[in-house]
Design a protein around this ligand. Structure first.
Ligand code: MSP
Length: 518
C-alpha cells in the first residue's frame, strides 16, 4: 500500500449513442490535467473514465445502424477509448456498464436497498425524454413543449415500475448539503441543487428505477423481479463505486473518501440529488466533491452536442491545432470553469498564438537561439545566477500559492494567467537587458543572463506540465531534466546540464487555422 494521500477523480461515463466530441473531450482533459497535477504533487491518483451502454437511447442508435446493441456498444465504446488513447489521456481504468463486475455490484446494491424496503412497485405516467433518459417535469420544457437540451417533444409514458424512495432521503440530503456547502462547486450549482430539492419535495414523487422488459430489455435485470431491467441512471451512477471494487473492497476504502466527480451542468440533477440519495440509502458516505462546468457552445450559441450536429471531432482538431497540448491548453485556459464558453477555431488560434507562440514559445526560442548564436550552443550549467534571478524568484514565490489554490479548485484559467505573468516578465527582462547589445560589448553578464532565463523557463514549465505534458516532456528531455514530479519555487532548484545544443524544433509554432480552412 502506498503511503501517499489518495485522490480519486472521475469523468461522467459517456453515452455510446454517438462518437466523442469536443464537449466530452473537455471534461476528460480537465480530469487528465487534474490527475497529472495531483500525481505531480505526490498523490496516489486513480483516474476513472468509461462508457454508459444501456438504455433506450442506445437501442435506438443501434437500430438505426442495423446492429444489435452488443455489436453497436462495442464499436462506439472502442471509439471512445481510441480517442482518449490518441489524445494521450492517462486514465487508470476505462469502465463499461456492460462489464460483469459492474453488473454484479449494481445487483447487490439494488437488492440491499430493496430488502430494507426503500424500493417498491407502482404505476407512473409522465413525460419521458429519451435523450435525457429521464422523466421531465412540465416546468423543465421550453415554450414549444420540448426538452430544452434535445429540442424534441417528450413521450407520454404510462407503465408499472419500481420506485426508489427518493422523498424519504431528500431531507437528509438537504441537511448533509447545508452542513457541507463545499461539496458542490462552483457555488451557483450548489444553490441550484438546493433549489431543485425544494421543487422535488413539492412534487412528492419518488424516482422510477426500472423499465419493463416488454419495452426495453437492454439493461441490467432487477435481482428481485426479472420482468424489469434497471433504469439507466441508477445503473450508470453506480459505476463510480463498482469501478473501485464496491463498498466492501480495500480499494474502495482507500479512494472513496477522496473522490471528485467532474460533470457538466446537464447532469447536475442525477449527480447532485439522485446519486447522493442512493448513497444515503446504501449506507455509503457521500462523494467528497462534485465539480460542475458549463457548456461549450458551438455555432448559433447552442450547446455542442451529437444530436444537434454542431460538435467538433477532437482528434482532428488536435491535429489542426498543431498538437494535443495546444488543444488542451486552449480548452483549459479559455473556459472559466462553471461558465459557458464559445468554441471556435478563431478562438483557438487567438489563444494559442498569444500565449504559446508569442509568449512562451518566443521566450524559449529566443533564449535557445541566443545561446546557439553567441556561445555555439554551449550551456555551462553551474554558473552563478544573473541578478534578474531575484525578479524571477520573487514573482514565482509570491504567486505559487495562488497557482496551487486556483488549480486545485479547478480555476485553471486563473492558474495559467499567473504562469503567463512569469513568462511575460521574462520576455520583459530580455527587452530591458538587450542581450544583443551585451553580445556586441562582450559583456560577461550575457551568459549568466541567458542561463538564468533558461532556468526560469524550466521552472514555469513544471507548472505548465499538467496541461502541456507532451511539449514540456520534450523540452525537459532537451535540457536533461529528470526529477519531474515537483513544483519548484525558486530557480535555484533547477540544475542545467553541461551540454552543447545542436538542434531543436519550434515547440510552439504560430497557428493559422482559420486560413487553412479555406
Ligand atoms: N451517460 C451520462 C452520464 C452518466 S455518469 C454516471 C451522460 N452521458 S453524455 O455522453 O451525454 O455526457 C454528458 C457529459 O459530456 C457532460 O456532463 C459533459 O461532461 C460532457 N459534455 C457533452 N457536451 C458538452 C458540451 N457541449 N460542453 C461541455 N461539456 C459537454 O450524460
Amino acid at each position: 500500500m502506498s503511503d501517499k494521500q489518495p485522490y480519486y477523480i472521475t469523468t461522467p461515463i459517456y453515452y455510446v449513442n454517438g462518437l466523442p466530441h469536443i464537449g466530452h473531450t473537455y471534461t476528460t482533459i480537465v480530469c487528465d490535467a487534474m490527475a497529472r497535477y495531483q500525481r505531480q504533487s505526490g498523490k496516489n491518483v486513480y483516474f476513472l473514465t468509461g462508457t454508459d451502454e444501456h438504455g433506450d437511447k442506445i437501442v435506438q442508435a443501434a437500430e438505426k445502424e442495423g446492429k444489435t446493441p452488443r455489436e453497436y456498444v462495442d464499436g462506439i465504446s472502442g471509439a471512445f477509448r481510441n480517442t482518449w488513447d490518441s489524445l494521450e489521456i492517462d486514465y487508470d481504468q476505462f469502465i463499461r456498464t456492460t462489464d460483469t463486475e459492474h453488473k454484479k455490484i449494481v445487483g447487490e446494491i439494488l437488492q440491499k436497498i430493496f430488502d430494507q424496503g426503500d424500493i417498491y412497485l407502482s404505476e407512473y405516467e409522465g413525460l419521458y425524454c429519451v435523450g435525457c433518459e429521464r422523466y421531465l417535469t412540465e416546468k423543465e420544457l421550453n415554450e414549444d413543449g420540448q426538452c430544452p437540451d434535445h429540442k424534441t417533444k417528450p413521450e407520454v409514458i404510462k407503465e408499472e415500475n419500481y420506485f426508489f424512495k427518493l422523498q424519504k432521503y431528500l431531507p437528509q440530503l438537504e441537511k448533509q448539503l447545508q452542513e457541507n456547502p463545499e461539496v458542490v462547486r462552483p457555488k451557483q450549482y450548489y444553490n441550484e441543487v438546493l433549489g431543485t430539492i425544494q421543487e422535488l419535495k413539492k412534487t412528492k414523487e419518488d424516482l422510477s428505477i426500472s423499465r419493463p422488459k416488454s419495452r426495453l430489455d437492454w439493461g441490467i435485470e432487477l435481482p428481485f423481479d426479472n420482468r424489469f431491467v434497471t433504469y439507466v441512471w441508477f445503473d450508470a451512477l453506480l459505476n463510480y463505486i463498482s469501478a473501485i471494487g464496491g463498498p466492501e473492497s480495500e480499494n474502495f476504502k482507500t479512494y472513496w473518501p477522496h473522490s471528485t466527480h467532474v460533470i457538466a451542468k446537464d447532469i447536475l440533477k442525477p449527480h447532485g440529488i439522485f446519486w447522493p440519495s442512493m448513497l444515503l440509502a446504501a449506507g455509503i458516505p457521500n462523494y467528497q466533491k462534485l465539480m460542475v462546468h458549463g457548456y461549450w457552445l458551438g455555432w448559433g450559441e447552442a450547446k455542442m452536442s451529437k444530436s444537434l450536429g454542431n460538435a467538433a471531432d477532437p482528434v482532428e482538431l488536435a491535429e489542426k491545432a498543431g498538437g494535443i497540448d495546444l488543444l488542451r491548453y486552449f480548452l483549459l485556459r479559455e473556459m472559466a470553469f462553471g461558465s459557458d464558453s464559445k468554441f471556435s477555431e478563431v478562438a483557438i488560434e487567438h489563444r494559442v498564438n498569444i500565449d504559446l507562440a508569442n509568449g512562451l514559445g518566443n521566450l524559449l526560442q529566443r533564449t535557445l537561439s541566443m545561446i546557439k548564436k553567441y556561445f555555439e550552443g554551449e550551456i555551462v550549467g553551474n554558473l552563478a545566477d544573473h541578478e534578474c534571478a531575484n525578479q524571477i524568484n520573487e514573482i514565482i514565490d509570491s504567486k505559487a500559492d495562488g497557482f496551487h489554490e486556483n488549480f486545485a479548485s479547478f480555476k485553471f484559467h486563473m492558474a495559467y494567467e499567473t504562469v503567463f505573468e512569469w513568462i511575460g516578465l521574462q520576455n520583459q527582462i530580455i527587452e530591458e537587458n538587450k542581450p544583443w547589445a551585451m553580445a556586441k560589448e562582450n559583456s560577461p553578464d550575457l551568459r549568466p543572463l541567458l542561463e538564468t532565463l533558461l532556468k526560469g523557463i524550466l521552472t514555469a514549465l513544471f507548472y505548465l506540465q499538467p496541461v502541456l505534458p507532451e511539449r514540456s516532456k520534450k523540452i525537459f528531455d532537451l535540457l536533461q531534466q529528470t526529477d519531474l514530479d515537483r513544483f519548484p519555487r525558486n530557480i535555484s532548484e533547477i540544475q542545467l546540464p553541461s551540454i552543447k545544443l545542436e538542434e531543436w524544433p519550434i515547440y510552439f509554432p504560430r497557428l493559422s487555422l482559420v486560413e487553412k480552412e479555406k
